[in-house]
Design a binder for this molecule. Structure first.
Ligand SMILES: *[C@@H]1O[C@H](CO)[C@@H](O)[C@H](O)[C@H]1NC(C)=O
Ligand SMILES: *[C@@H]1O[C@H](CO)[C@@H](O)[C@H](O)[C@H]1NC(C)=O
Ligand SMILES: *[C@@H]1O[C@H](CO)[C@@H](O)[C@H](O)[C@H]1NC(C)=O
Ligand SMILES: *[C@@H]1O[C@H](CO)[C@@H](O)[C@H](O)[C@H]1NC(C)=O
Ligand SMILES: *[C@@H]1O[C@H](CO)[C@@H](O)[C@H](O)[C@H]1NC(C)=O
Length: 225
């Protein structure tokens, strides 16, 4: 187990009720995550976070349904996809219908975001998703999550196929990870952050990563995020 994972599990232990370490984690040799996926918080041992569905709007946050957007003119022509979950290609490009597509990026302070429609520009000090997100496969046939509320539509309690974490390909090797912190746009909720060199939020909870699950809905699920 890597140093980072040990740290993550150690910090989760404090609030852990049940606690399972996945056996024989193997790094995907080419770092290529197949198929289209949904993602959830991956935090074994945390009843609160493990399995929470991650949805994309302008930023990444937890939610029952995707925060999609479709222009009224497109809607009137019946052109709005009716997916209910945020879907991603690989690790982790958003699946949307908008011409030109959209990208995932990370602000200098770590806030994980999706580019606005018709734009592939990001702030000069931000990072493209591909600069830091990487996928690790988990063993198949894992036991279902214990203590995950299967009747709560905000959770997907299926064991993930793997998990995505963040670490800049070039940079400080001691920094990296994915955190749940206060939402900068709504102090009543949380948002997802990558631990960038300038990340300095406090009061956050570290996840082991973002669990990946095969996506089965309409592709793409939304016109735009
Ligand atoms: C990695 O990519 C190379 C070149 O595309 C390919 O030959 C190889 O089979 C891949 N390995 C795995 C484990 O997917
Ligand atoms: C979504 O759209 C597809 C294609 O138009 C349709 O077959 C399906 O019934 C719709 N699903 C829902 C839940 O509205
Ligand atoms: C946060 O919650 C409080 C109390 O429920 C509410 O009054 C306030 O409007 C909420 N703020 C936002 C930004 O949603
Ligand atoms: C955190 O970083 C921001 C810039 O991203 C800076 O303005 C702020 O003062 C820093 N806060 C602390 C507590 O270091
Ligand atoms: C996800 O999809 C892949 C490829 O189609 C398949 O091999 C795998 O069994 C699926 N995993 C689950 C948990 O359904």
């Amino acid at each position: 187990m890597s140093f980072l994972l040990s740290l993550a599990f150690a910090s989760l232990l404090q609030s852990a009720v049940t606690y399972t370490v996945p056996l024989s984690i193997r790094q995907d040799a080419n770092n290529t995550l197949p198929n289209i996926n949904t993602v959830t918080a991956y935090a074994p041992g945390s009843c609160l976070y493990n399995g929470l569905k991650v949805q994309g709007g302008g930023i990444l946050a937890f939610g029952e349904r995707v925060y999609g957007y479709c222009p009224e003119s497109v809607r009137q022509q019946g052109g709005c996809p009716n997916g209910t979950q945020t879907a991603w290609y690989g690790a982790m490009r958003p699946s949307s219908l908008v011409p030109g597509g959209q990208d995932t990026f990370v602000h200098a302070d770590g806030l994980i975001s999706i580019t606005v429609q018709h734009s592939h520009s990001i702030p000069h000090d931000a990072y493209w998703g591909y600069q830091g997100f990487a996928w690790t496969a988990l063993p198949v046939n894992q036991e279902p999550f214990i203590d995950c509320p299967t009747d709560n539509p905000k959770y997907n309690c299926e064991p993930p196929t793997g998990f995505i974490n963040w670490r800049l390909a070039t940079g400080d090797s001691t920094k990296g990870g994915i955190m749940v912190c206060e939402n900068p746009y709504n102090s009543n909720s949380t948002a997802l952050y990558a631990v960038t060199p300038a990340f300095n939020k406090t009061g956050c909870v570290e996840l082991v990563g973002l669990g990946t699950h095969n996506y089965t809905g309409p592709v793409p699920p939304v016109w735009a995020y």
